[in-house]
Design a protein around this ligand. Structure first.
Ligand SMILES: O=P(O)(O)OC[C@H]1O[C@H](OP(=O)(O)OP(=O)(O)O)[C@H](O)[C@@H]1O
Ligand SMILES: Nc1ncnc2[nH]cnc12
Length: 181
């Protein structure tokens, strides 16, 4: 593992993220995490950040909940570093079996989130992960959804946070973000 700090790595990671004005709608400045994945150096950097953060919280999490769609890529890496399982939180109608569901609003749409009930159990300490925190609508809904299953949501992790939107004000769990805009 490199000897640089998470903060130094995050600063370097920021240069891999490209911003697209007016996508997918006018007025949205879209911050694209996939640019990081298009570079092996960027991907190593991202993986190292998650690995270092996992070392900081080792033993405090039983399961990673990863939010569709970009959160899946991050959640898998995080779960491997924490040595715990991971579960997808998906948009409506994509998960088989018994699911819990919740309706939510985000920066530019409305949707429903679902999670399978057979994986999460009462008292499981869950870490939720996604690529980006904007209005916080998605994360807030995911937290409520996971609580519905009986899980205890102990930590949220996002790579990027749009600070002007003040999502933290409406979410009552600790949130770790590595890059702020
Ligand atoms: O804080 P919020 O305002 O809720 O916005 C953040 C969410 O928006 C994006 O996902 P999107 O809804 O575009 O779905 P996708 O990842 O499936 O493309 C992003 O990946 C977060 O999940
Ligand atoms: N500005 C943004 N960039 C990327 N994903 C987003 N999801 C919501 N707002 C976003």
């Amino acid at each position: 593992m490199s000897i640089t700090s998470i903060e130094d790595d995050a600063l370097a990671l920021k240069s891999y993220i490209k911003s697209y004005p007016d996508f997918p709608l006018p007025g949205i400045l879209f911050r694209d995490i996939f640019n990081v994945f298009q570079s092996s150096d960027g991907l190593q950097l991202l993986n190292n950040i998650l690995k270092k953060y996992a070392a900081e919280i080792a033993g405090k999490v039983d399961c990673v909940a990863m939010l569709e769609a970009r959160g899946f890529l991050l959640g898998t890496l995080m779960a491997l570093h924490l040595n715990v399982p991971c579960v997808p939180v998906r948009k409506k109608g994509k998960l088989p079996g018994k699911v819990a569901q919740i309706e939510y609003s985000l920066e530019y749409a409305k949707d429903v989130l679902e999670v399978q009930l057979d994986v999460l159990q009462e008292g499981k300490r869950v870490l939720v992960i996604d690529d980006l925190l904007a209005t916080g609508g998605t994360l807030e809904a995911a937290v409520q959804l996971l609580k519905k299953t009986g899980a205890e949501v102990v930590q949220a992790v996002v790579i990027m946070e749009l600070c002007d939107l003040e999502a933290r004000k409406k979410i009552d769990i600790p949130i770790k973000s590595f890059i702020q805009y």
